[in-house]
Ligand binder design. Sequence first.
Ligand code: ZN
Length: 190
Amino acid sequence: MTKSSKKPAKETNDKAAAAESNDSMCITDNCVVSFHYRLCEIDKNGIKSAWLEQSMGREPLLYLHGHGNLIPGLENVLAGKKTGDEVRVTLSPELAYGPRHPHAVHRVPLKHLLKSHKQVVPGQIVTLQTDKGPKNVVVIKVGKFNVDVDVNHPYAGRILHYEIQVDNVRAASAEEIAHRHAHGTGGHHH
Ligand code: ZN
């Protein structure tokens, strides 16, 4: 733990930690990183889809590096980067959301879906209440009382292409490291 011992072990709240951000700081374990991203899928012929998601124009994504809070391929490519760096990377499913499991279709009562889903149609991503918490699943078939859902992650089995811009890098607070997640805008709130 030589890295963290360089700084005086003072009590630091999240605002103070944010003020310590340093433009030349490289992303290593126990850095809090914010970044903008957009992502598309690359099909079997190498053709890019439209953007599936993007953070530009919104708050950047905030995470604590080195704790598995991001998919492995993104943590790998962000390590060593600095504020302002831009990265483009194409990730196989193994480095993104894992392979698609063909037998992951489950029949569940409609009432187990979040109440906010009034009309459910095939292809829709809905939130299922499970004993491990809410889980996003893809609707395959809708019946009167039940719905067949694919419990694979919606991006499982897909080759994803990310364009990333590092927005800010700072040292994590002791509290963030203990909690294994970032605090502040875009991170966890308690
Ligand atoms: Zn926390």
